[in-house]
Every structure is written in structure tokens, then in C-alpha cells.
Design a protein around this ligand. Structure first.
Ligand SMILES: Cc1cc2nc3c(=O)[nH]c(=O)nc-3n(C[C@H](O)[C@H](O)[C@H](O)COP(=O)(O)O)c2cc1C
Length: 261
């Protein structure tokens, strides 16, 4: 990992014990403590995503799973390493295959990459292929060079940029997709917002752009209880601003555009 201004670059890959171990051990433990699990899945080929979903479904603790997030920001080994999230056809194929493996009442969220020319096009492909919601955004591809050694600072050369530095990109991506939904260009589905959230006010920006739920990633590195604090701060901010219900604030900024535009 490398520090960056207001963020960090990571190239740790997808560490974990593997889906079989997760399904037999971690998920069973999560169920035993009453957790509601939104499980993130990944694969090297479209078929592998479906296999991972099938292993989860077969777990004795599958009833703890309330939804599946499909991390399509992985290179497609069968297609020159082109990242699934950067190609509407590959993204749609993954979502359709995963959808087939899961019961209808388990929502699927496609997690999108901001590293595309038109994120609305990818969102449309995923929703049309059966995604019940979208998570935005994954990290941005970045790179840091160590100026003493004059070589890339992370072993993977490039890495994923996260933290407050990327929050404006997350707000923009959520805004664009929500706008497309409001204009009927793509079907309306819920958006989970993620990217650079450290405070309740940060979360409120993503909500006002169109997110119905918030994830907190990098901020947990220096404050492991950040999600709980952000939740409380967001609730207080909404109350201060007179919102009776959280849902009234979702996408509110779309109704408040500056008339001078
Ligand atoms: C160390 C680290 C590991 C991550 N691993 C994953 C992952 O396995 N799957 C995934 O979909 N996103 C992963 N992400 C991306 C985050 O979930 C999130 O989309 C991104 O970091 C932006 O949010 P943040 O600024 O709150 O961290 C990772 C991020 C970091 C910093």
C-alpha cells in the first residue's frame, strides 16, 4: 500500500481463505452472531462468479445472506484481462450467470468501476441483465513512484486509489446514474454509495446524489468504528435539515439545481 494526498493506493488483491472456507466457517459464524450479510463475490471468468455464487447458496448458513454484491472490477482472464466492469457485454454476462444461481428474493448489487468513459452504459447493462441494485464506486486505478528508488511504490505497479481524494468521483458517478434513472434512460434501482466517506456530511453528499445506503472503507483504517459514527452523524444531519425520513433525502440534490445553469 502507498499513502497519497487524502487517500491511499492499495494492491493487495482479493485476500481471503477462498469461498469454500468462507461458506463453511465465516458465514456460519456470522449467522451464529445474528449478522445480516451482504456478501461480495469475485471471479477470474464469468463462469467462476457463478460457481462462487453456487457455493454460497449451498452453505448451511445461506439464510444469513441478505444480498450479494458482485465485484466486477476484476480482469477477465478469458478476454485479454479486460476488466468486466469496463465492458457492458462482459459485465452483463457475469450478472446474468450469477442471477441464475441465486433465489429471486436475494438481491444482487453490481459494483461498478469509475474507470470508464460512460458509467451509465455499464449500469444499464447490469440492470438489464438482472442486477437489483448498483454499488458505486470501486477504487480508481492509480500509481505512485518512490522518488528515492525511482520505481513503482507498490509491487503490483498500479493500485486502487481510495479515501477522501475520490469522494467527488463517487458523488459524480452516483449523480450521473441517478439522473439517468430519473430521466427514464435506465430502470430505477437502489444505489449503494461508497467512496471517500469519513463523516456524516460526506455520506450526505452521496445520499443527496442518489445513494440509498452507504459503505465506509478506507476510513476504517484509522477509525474501525467509523461506520457506526458516520451512521449517527448522518442521522443527526438529516434531522437538523428537517428530513422526516431518510428516503426523502435520497437524490434530493437533483431537485435543487441552480436555475442559472
Ligand atoms: C485495502 C482495500 C481493499 C479493498 N478490497 C476490495 C474488495 O475485495 N472488493 C471490492 O469490491 N472492493 C474492495 N475495495 C474497494 C472499497 O470497497 C471501496 O469501493 C473503495 O475503497 C472506495 O471507498 P473508500 O474510499 O471508503 O475506501 C478495497 C479497498 C481497500 C482500501
Amino acid at each position: 500500500m502507498a499513502e497519497t494526498p487524502s487517500g491511499m493506493l492499495n494492491s493487495i488483491g482479493l485476500q481471503g481463505p477462498g469461498v469454500n472456507d468462507f461458506a463453511q466457517n465465516d458465514l456460519v459464524w456470522l449467522k451464529s452472531v445474528g449478522a445480516r450479510v451482504l456478501a461480495s463475490i469475485a471471479g477470474n471468468t464469468a463462469g467462476e462468479y457463478a460457481d462462487v455464487a453456487a457455493v454460497l447458496r449451498a452453505s448451511p448458513a445461506f439464510d444469513a445472506v441478505v444480498g450479494i454484491e458482485v465485484n466486477i472490477s476484476c480482469p477477465n482472464v478469458a478476454n485479454r484481462g479486460l476488466v468486466f466492469a469496463c465492458d457492458p457485454l462482459s459485465a452483463a454476462k457475469v450478472i446474468a450467470l450469477v442471477r441464475e444461481k441465486l433465489p429471486r428474493d436475494i438481491p444482487i448489487f453490481a459494483k461498478l468501476s469509475p474507470d470508464v468513459t460512460d458509467i451509465v452504459e455499464i449500469a444499464r447493462a447490469c440492470v438489464n441483465a438482472g442486477a437489483d441494485g448498483l454499488t458505486m464506486i470501486n477504487t480508481l486505478l492509480g500509481m505512485v513512484i518512490d522518488t528515492d528508488l525511482l520505481r513503482p511504490q507498490v509491487a503490483g505497479v498500479t493500485g486502487g486509489l481510495s479515501g477522501p481524494a475520490i469522494r467527488p468521483v463517487a458523488v459524480r458517478a452516483i449523480w450521473q446514474v441517478r439522473a439517468a434513472m430519473l430521466e427514464g434512460r435506465i430502470p430505477t434501482v437502489p444505489i449503494i454509495g461508497v467512496g471517500g466517506v469519513r463523516t456524516g456530511d460526506d455520506a450526505l453528499q452521496l445520499v443527496a446524489a442518489g445513494a440509498s445506503a452507504i459503505q465506509v472503507g478506507t476510513a476504517t483504517f484509522n477509525d474501525p468504528s467509523a461506520p457506526i459514527r458516520v451512521n449517527a452523524e448522518l442521522a443527526a444531519a438529516l434531522q437538523d435539515k428537517g428530513f422526516a425520513r431518510f428516503s426523502d433525502a435520497v437524490g434530493i440534490a437533483h431537485t435543487r439545481l441552480d436555475p442559472r445553469r
